[in-house]
Design a protein around this ligand. Sequence first.
Ligand code: COA
Ligand code: AMP
Length: 631
Amino acid sequence: MNYKEIYTDSINQPEEFWAAQADTIEWYNKPNTILSNDENGYPLWYKDGELNVCYLALDKHIQDGYGDQVAMIYDSPVTQNIKKYTFSEVKTEVAKLAGGMQSLGLKKGDTAVIYMPMIPQAAFAMLACARIGVTHSVVFGGFAPHELAIRIDDCKPRAIITASSGIEIDRLIAYKPLVDEAIELANHKPKKVIVFNRKLGARVPFKKYDVDYDALVYGSEEAPCVPLNATHPLYVLYTSGTTGKPKGIVRDSGGYAVALKFSMKHIYNAKEGDVFWAASDVGWVVGHSYIVYGPLINRNTTIIFEGKPIKTPDASTFWRMIDEHKVNIMFTAPTAIRAIKKEDPNGDFIKEYNLSSLKTQFLAGERCDVATLEWYQEHIPVPAIDHWWQTESGWPMIANMMGVEYLPIKPGSVGKAVCGFDIKIFGENGTELGPNEEGYVVLKLPLPPGTLLDLWKDNPRFQAGYLNKFPGYYFSGDGGFKDDEDYIYITGRVDDVINVAGHRLSTAEMEEIVASHHAVAECAVIGIHDDLKGQTPLALVVTKHGEEIEHYQLEQEIVKLVRQQIGAVASLRNVVIVNRLPKTRSGKILRKLMRSIADGEEFQIPSTIDDEAIVDEIIEVLTKYQIGCYK
Ligand code: COA
Ligand code: AMP
């Protein structure tokens, strides 16, 4: 196949292109309408098709004679446990859980929140929801009860599915009490909480709304797959935006299934039966698309890994996993490789394992620095492919399409536009920029199947955040440029979203929390460069007049507050006190200036600044506390 030809086809004849791709999956009713518009004029794919994503992920393979193929490998270094499930076993478990959920009154049109560690039951819960038309919303386990409560109030689940506990390296995290606390905090009260008891640590108190997961599965009949419209919301996944309130990205069913099948074949070059491992978490979009739905729809063996790249037990874990499970295609975040590289710079662990099964290593979730890519390439002789996507897109928008044509890798670039994504670089006024000119990364509508349908119950925010800035285009929130061979380079977010260890977080949300501290008059949270995590947040605060508080005490209190409200995953460690924040004369906080100062980049003091002296003060404070480039 030739990349240029297939890509051009997908852009010039999108309906024909995606009509042909629709034939690669099985429908109860094939769509007659390939592309249409919703009531707001936003493109919809396959609107009159009927299918069930759980059927495609499980039942279909059993009917095709692959019931005994391993569908899922659970590898948990933190509990020293490995367990394999065939497609038939997963289907039985999922269908019975779905039957149990139906007996609790859950049905098509309801929502359910899933808050679980990386155990097979998290994937079973997602698939059980998909089976009976319940829209799931998975919340990452590293988020605190307050964050969970925000999501509960937004998507109003009829039930929550959780586990008694998770393990962070060697620390037991009791999940169930966090769910109880979130329900207390939320206005919406779910009717049932289905609890998978892992029997680790102390027994957690039983609440009136609790249902035991095992008992429910054991006592239930298998539920059949419910035929669903292609535009039925398979899930809502919350992600950080530029305000304190997370955005509920809505994913359809039909377009998503077609796009995932297409991507498994054309981007990841995964053959049916291959072992595909995305070392992420079901709480993120990578987990939805490439731990659960994509590999299973493509009849791959997927891996549920309950561990970390290091410390479980050491930096050899990834290589042990590849060797032991004969992984063919792997996906991780550059942070994970940086963590391994730091512990094992010469790649000594790598030499102890047989990695011959591995065909390709994919990287995404954050910018991949050239040094990390080169370290990987020096030690492992398979292509390391950086590729770019977002929660919103659901699947890669820019990549080296390994199943189409392997294009030479240019370190620092995320590759070329993927089929269906018409990517342009715009200047501030909406004119397209030329080669090597940096601007906004935008995508011409219609986006291809599988991308976001809307924001959950908030179409005005969807329009305002993504569609209004450049009419006719989707605004990605990222900056970047194309070179003269159409390779694309992503230079980072152009808004207040930051990326910490591949986790997307909102500085606006952190600012709201920091500002709620009684001693804080005003504050700014910025993302500064971190060698391991890519970025980490730094809070600059101005204390209230007359407040006598020691820097150390204020820092401790603010760090604790952010951990309590957002969760440990926010990784806020540094808080500095300044007399004033740099602002324009009209009062706009100059965050970019502060970021450049902290990162040691060249910066220009804007002529609109109200007081130039503040720049020296910031440098002085960062030097005193050895933060950013002043370490
Ligand atoms: N449940 C509860 N707590 C969690 C959690 C979860 N699922 N995930 C992370 N946390 C906690 C951690 O325990 C840590 O807490 P601490 O501050 O008390 O130590 C905090 O959140 C920050 O976690 P993390 O960002 O993972 O940092 P780390 O220092 O523990 O580990 C890495 C560093 C690089 C090993 C780790 O970030 C990593 O594996 N990154 C890859 C991320 C990834 O794959 N992202 C994919 C998105 S596509
Ligand atoms: P998320 O929605 O959590 O997947 O985060 C999406 C954001 O992560 C994007 O908008 C980018 O800013 C960043 N991102 C993801 N993949 C890459 C990549 N390969 N290179 C650079 N940035 C990336």
